[in-house]
Design a protein around this ligand. Structure first.
Ligand code: CO
Length: 211
C-alpha cells in the first residue's frame, strides 16, 4: 500500500473516533480558533510541533521552514506572524530549533544544493556572527550544538526587530518570545533563551512611529 494512502485511512479513523468520544468536537473547532501559542519550527519531519508538545488542534499556530529562520524578506513568515500577533493575539511565540538539523549541517559546509543555497546563506550569516565562539568548541558535534542554539537565539532577536512585535510591545504586554531546542535523540525540549514582552533591544533596531 502506498504510504500516502495510509494517511487517508488514518484520517478517516481519527475523525470518527473523535466524534465517538465527543460528538461536538468538530462543531466547536470549526467555528473559530483561539491559539495562545505561535510556533516557528524546522520543516524536519522528526519535529512535529503538536505531537512533541502534547497539544491539540486549535492550540498552536504554526510556521515551519528549513532551520526555523525568521527573515525580514520572508513574506510567508511575516504574514503568519502578523496574523498571529494582531488578529489572534497570541501570548507566546516559540522558535524551536533541533539537534541534527540538516540546514545547520549544510550551513557549515561548502556543498551547493542549488536554489536553497540562498536560504542557507542566512544560516551561514549566523555562523559568521558567532564564528569565534562556535570554533572555540572542540568536536564537530559540540560546534553544531552551539550553532543550533545560537541560531535559535538570533531568530528570537529577529522577531523582536520586526515592527509587528515592536508595535505589539508598545501597546500591550504580549507576546513573550521563547527560544527552544528539541533533541531528536531523546525527545526532550530544552529552553535556551527568553525575551519577555517589552524587553529592551539594541537601540539600532528600535522603532518609534513619529507620524
Ligand atoms: Co532542521
Amino acid at each position: 500500500m502506498d504510504s500516502y494512502y495510509r494517511l487517508l485511512k488514518n484520517n478517516a479513523e481519527w475523525a470518527s473516533s473523535q466524534v465517538a468520544e465527543d460528538p461536538d468536537y468538530f462543531h466547536r473547532l470549526a467555528s473559530h480558533q483561539h491559539p495562545e501559542i505561535m510556533w516557528i519550527g524546522c520543516s524536519d519531519s522528526r519535529v512535529p510541533a503538536d505531537r512533541i508538545t502534547g497539544t491539540e488542534p486549535g492550540e498552536i499556530f504554526v510556521h515551519r521552514n528549513i532551520s526555523n529562520m525568521v527573515l525580514s524578506t520572508d513574506l510567508n513568515l511575516l504574514s503568519v506572524l502578523q496574523f498571529a500577533v494582531e488578529i489572534l493575539h497570541v501570548k507566546h511565540i516559540i522558535v524551536c530549533g533541533h539537534h541534527n538539523c540538516g540546514g545547520i549541517k549544510a550551513a557549515m559546509q561548502d556543498e551547493s544544493y542549488g536554489l536553497m543555497d540562498q536560504w542557507i546563506w542566512n544560516i551561514k550569516d549566523v555562523y559568521r556572527m558567532h564564528r569565534a565562539e562556535i570554533e572555540s568548541k572542540q568536536g564537530e558535534e559540540e560546534k553544531r550544538q552551539l550553532f543550533t542554539l545560537l541560531n535559535v537565539k538570533e531568530q528570537v532577536l529577529n522577531l523582536a526587530k520586526t515592527s509587528i512585535i515592536q508595535n505589539a510591545w508598545n501597546s500591550g504586554n504580549y507576546p513573550h518570545l521563547h527560544g527552544w531546542v528539541y533533541d531528536v535523540r531523546d525527545g526532550v525540549i530544552h529552553t535556551v533563551f527568553e525575551m519577555p514582552a517589552g524587553t529592551e533591544i539594541d537601540n539600532i533596531y528600535k522603532l518609534n512611529r513619529k507620524h
